[in-house]
Ligand binder design. Structure first.
Ligand code: ADP
Ligand code: ZN
Length: 517
């Protein structure tokens, strides 16, 4: 499993598993017959690609979608994985290349169209390829009663039996009859390990809050939950120490935990947390992998997590017993700046950086959500949902306003100052605050000077933060974090699209009473 986690990162460039993936990967890695039902877009392919890389021999992937197979093969090859496809779309040359790779024993993944199975040589081919695992995508195609029935899928069961290899079947279709048919036809009626779990954890209350006075926010949140076991996640080791100290001074049982501590010391914290009630562990993301405590009542993030996947995984440690659990995630412009610069300054190739920025955008979209957070969260994983009634925005709907004018004023201030300044200075210009810096630069003579007096400074702060969250502007690390306009902002500037933003409400964490500024 360690190797799988490493490849997840090094080959696929993902920081964490998505919900459900780790369990499925483990089962397939162990060579167990596995049936996984996941929503479309949930990340099924990884669940056979990753085990394929870890196992001996070739994983044969059967999928009815030729275009999709070719895409996957292309993406795998780009990531340095030996993969090939045998489909009717192949040129003779491509097919020859696949056979050569098979005979040289280099291939890890062999994608096959179902019609290949019907031809007589299928079994011999799979033997020749040293097939050690069969993965079946869109496994519901084996169902004779479904819309997507593919008669060739009926051959898969025979092949599995003849080869005596494990089979992993994937589908997004969850109804019971289809499932039963898959079990009958692909697994000869012998129940495989089955994963059918929506991603929702309805007992976990979701909430985000803008960082105001983070230490006080965390103290208040923990204070309202005195005596309950909880985890506070921080971005840095140093912060775990200072926050744990602050919590102890407020008479909580609290300890720090991070990768820089001795293994023995870490083990002690883990054991204490497992056994005691009401201990707070203030930790970096190093904490949690092995934690299996059912009654963690709350999880707070003192800093914005790395991705939605990481967020989901970390809050998911709360409330495993099914009883109500609370979460709170703090975030602010500094988090956005930090995460952007971590991506920009990393060593990844440009397209992976772009993907990382897009993933960060998705997380910021959750932080700045206009409606039910659970809908946004589950939507990201491909699952549709109704407003949940158990998140901060269901408790208290956000106050929205048409911010098109405000955003255009802000963009104009950015452009007129050459994209060389941060939000603080830009807000001074917009609100007509003639600070020495504003005067020195002559920015009090700009046409944008004082055009934004209708909004308070905190309100402008919220506008700028949300603009960053929507990726309309990005801090540029090469310019000390100065805000620069992105392509996404052009249509707004041209007046082609409007922008709806939230009025900021600052909720005293741990209470639910809003203060509107
Ligand atoms: P499906 O379940 O529909 O086959 P895919 O396997 O195509 O879904 O995955 C959907 C998207 O999710 C892809 O863009 C993939 O790159 C992305 N994805 C899969 N696993 C992860 C992960 N662990 N972290 C981030 N993104 C992921
Ligand atoms: Zn909700």
């Amino acid at each position: 499993m360690d190797r799988a986690a490493e490849l997840l990162h090094s080959v696929f460039g993902f920081p964490a598993f998505r919900p459900g993936q780790a369990e499925i990967v483990r089962s397939v890695l162990q060579g167990r017959n596995t049936l996984a039902i996941m929503p479309t877009g949930g990340g099924k392919s990884l669940c056979f690609q990753l085990p394929a890389l870890c196992r001996e021999g070739v994983t044969v992937v059967i999928s009815p979608l030729i275009a999709l197979m070719r895409d996957q093969v292309r993406a795998l090859r780009a990531a340095g994985v030996e993969a090939g496809a045998l489909t009717s779309g192949n040129t003779g040359e491509e097919t020859e290349e696949v056979f050569q790779a098979i005979d040289k024993g280099r291939l890890k993944l062999l994608y096959m169209a179902p019609e290949r199975l019907a031809s007589g040589g299928a079994l011999a081919l799979l033997r020749r390829a040293k097939c050690s695992l069969i993965a079946v995508d869109e496994a519901h195609c084996v169902s004779q009663w479904g819309h997507d029935f593919r008669p060739d899928y009926l051959r898969i069961g025979e092949l599995r039996r003849a080869l005596r290899v494990p089979l992993a079947a994937f589908t997004a279709t969850a109804d019971e009859e289809t499932r039963a048919e898959i079990v009958t036809r692909l697994f000869d009626g012998e129940a495989p390990v089955t994963f059918l779990r929506g991603f929702d954890r309805p007992n976990i209350h979701l909430a985000f809050a803008v960082k105001d006075k983070p230490r006080e926010q965390i103290l208040r949140f923990a204070g309202a939950r005195r005596g309950q076991s909880g985890i506070v996640y921080c971005a840095t080791r140093a912060k775990t120490e200072t926050l744990a100290q602050a919590l102890r001074e407020a008479r909580h049982e609290a300890v720090a935990y991070h990768g820089g501590m001795e293994a023995e010391e870490r083990r002690q914290v883990e054991t204490r947390f497992q056994r005691e009630d009401g201990l707070i562990v203030v930790a970096t993301i190093a904490f949690g992998m092995g934690i299996d405590k059912p009654d963690i009542r709350w999880v707070a993030h003192a800093d914005l997590p790395k991705s939605i996947e990481a967020y989901y995984q970390e809050i998911g440690r709360a409330g495993r017993d099914g009883s109500p659990a609370e979460t709170m995630t703090l975030y602010g412009p500094d988090d956005i700046r930090l995460r952007r610069s971590q991506i920009d300054e990393g060593a990844a190739p440009p397209d992976r950086k772009a993907a990382d920025h897009a993933r960060l955008n998705a997380l910021l979209g959750l932080a700045e959500a206009l409606g039910c957070r659970r809908q946004v969260l589950l939507g990201y994983f491909g699952e549709a949902a109704e407003p949940c009634g158990n998140c901060d925005l269901c408790d208290r709907p956000a106050q929205l306003f048409d911010a098109t004018e405000a955003v255009r004023k802000a963009l104009s201030a950015i452009l007129r100052t050459g994209e060389w300044f941060g939000a603080g200075h830009l807000i001074d210009i917009l609100t007509g605050t003639a600070t020495p810096k504003v005067r020195e630069k002559g920015h009090d003579r700009l046409p944008t000077f004082a055009v934004g007096r209708d909004l308070s400074k905190p309100a402008w702060g919220a506008v700028f933060r949300q603009m960053m969250g929507r990726d309309l502007v990005r801090p540029d690390a090469d310019r000390h974090g100065a805000l620069r306009m992105t392509e996404a902002a052009r249509p707004v500037l041209r007046g082609e699209v409007s922008v709806t933003l939230r009025r900021d409400t600052v909720v005293a964490a741990g209470e639910r009473e809003p203060v509107i500024r």
